[in-house]
Design a protein around this ligand. Structure first.
Ligand SMILES: Nc1nc2c(ncn2[C@@H]2O[C@H](COP(=O)(O)OP(=O)(O)O)[C@@H](O)[C@H]2O)c(=O)[nH]1
Ligand SMILES: [Mg+2]
Length: 343
């Protein structure tokens, strides 16, 4: 962003364009935004959209939109996607007006309910027709939720069908992968996941606002993400003397079971101190490239703090994952798979 004395130039407004918005859709999406706000995301616009007025009232996003108040009267969708779609058509102009100015719009939703599940594909489609790049982030429900509620399962499948048909970027996080934290209270478990998201959002802000020689410009960043296909997020932190371990640790803690296809990609951000040398960055890059089978597209951003630091923090969006992985992640949750359904 323009930080020096050029702000009187007629072009300076382009440097000041608001960059990133984070939007929670429905209950789970809004709770995630709530956590991001708590962790601090300065410079990022935050919004919450819901059909449930009581839930919306509790949220601390900067802007809130209640959808379908005439028909639903603020009582939520009751898991009904069609009623949410009608409400979305009604509220479309308002949503796009509020989201429109942002270059990158994170759309967060927990799949399985009515509101987030219906709004996510709707808004992805609408935003793709504008200058904004939507980054849909889906939380796939825990197995036990799917096993105990067929309506929830159908909503998940319907939303994934729609997203799959549309193609393009989809960042998926399987709640089931959070089971490794199952000794924690449930809200703490979600906080861990939301800390990953926080790392991603702040990395992108950093890449856009603090460009360095190793950084990409906003247009290439958007192009990279737009083409990333099915993606997930890895985050890791390790001692600066062991860059290979840093990558291995991060890869071993992914939030989705995935397979790599022939076109993997990575958007990588490293956050370290003044002792983060070119050699360390090089080691990290080589290790990641090897692990991903030499991805064709790799975008790197670095943040070097003025003081030395013991640890390096890595955040990466791994893209180009197997397109069926999300469906498999959901399908594999059937307790007794019917052999006739397996193709
Ligand atoms: N992280 C989180 N997940 C939730 C919360 N509430 C519901 N979920 C889960 O998210 C999925 C969708 O539910 P919800 O967001 O309430 O549906 P919606 O409001 O109709 O979009 C389900 O799997 C829920 O169990 C929450 O407060 N936090
Ligand atoms: Mg809800």
């Amino acid at each position: 962003m323009a930080s020096t004395n050029d702000t009187s130039e007629p072009w300076a407004k382009f440097a000041l364009t608001p960059g990133i918005a984070v939007v929670g859709l429905g209950g789970a999406g809004s709770e995630a935004v709530q956590d991001l706000v708590r962790l601090g995301i300065p410079g990022v616009r935050t919004l919450s959209v819901n059909t449930d007025a009581r839930h919306l009232l509790r949220m601390s996003a900067e802007e809130k939109i209640l959808l379908g108040h005439r028909e639903l009267r603020g009582r939520g969708s009751g898991g009904n996607r069609s009623v949410v779609l009608r409400a979305a058509e009604d509220g479309k102009e308002e949503m796009l007006r509020r989201l429109g100015p942002s270059e990158i719009v994170f759309l967060l939703a927990g799949l399985g309910g009515g509101t987030g599940s219906a709004l996510l594909p709707f808004l992805v489609r609408e935003l793709r027709a504008t200058e904004s790049l939507p980054i849909p982030v889906v939380f796939l429900p825990f197995q036990v939720e799917l096993e105990s509620n067929s309506n929830r399962r159908e909503n998940v499948e319907a939303t994934l069908d729609e997203l799959e048909e549309m193609g393009g970027l989809l960042l998926a996080i399987a709640n089931e992968k959070l089971r490794r934290f199952e000794g924690l209270p449930i809200n703490r478990v979600f906080e861990v996941r939301n800390a990953y998201l926080h790392s991603l959002v702040t990395s992108l802000v950093d890449m856009i606002e603090n460009p360095s020689q190793l950084n990409v410009d906003l247009a290439s960043l958007k192009n990279h993400l737009r083409d990333a296909g099915l993606s997930t997020l890895i985050v890791g932190e390790y001692h600066i003397s062991e860059p290979e371990r840093l990558v291995q640790e991060a890869l071993s803690e992914s939030l989705l079971d995935y397979h790599l296809d022939e076109r993997p990609s990575a958007l990588l951000h490293l956050d370290g101190g003044s002792n983060l040398t070119l050699r360390t960055i090089d080691h990290v890059l080589r290790t990641l490239r090897r692990a991903l089978g030499n991805p064709q597209r790799l975008v790197l951003g670095t943040r070097v703090r003025p003081e030395p630091r013991e640890v390096v923090h890595l955040t990466a969006v791994l893209g180009g994952l197997q397109p069926r992985t999300v469906r498999e992640a959901v399908r594999s949750t059937q307790i007794e798979p019917d052999p006739l359904l397996i193709d």
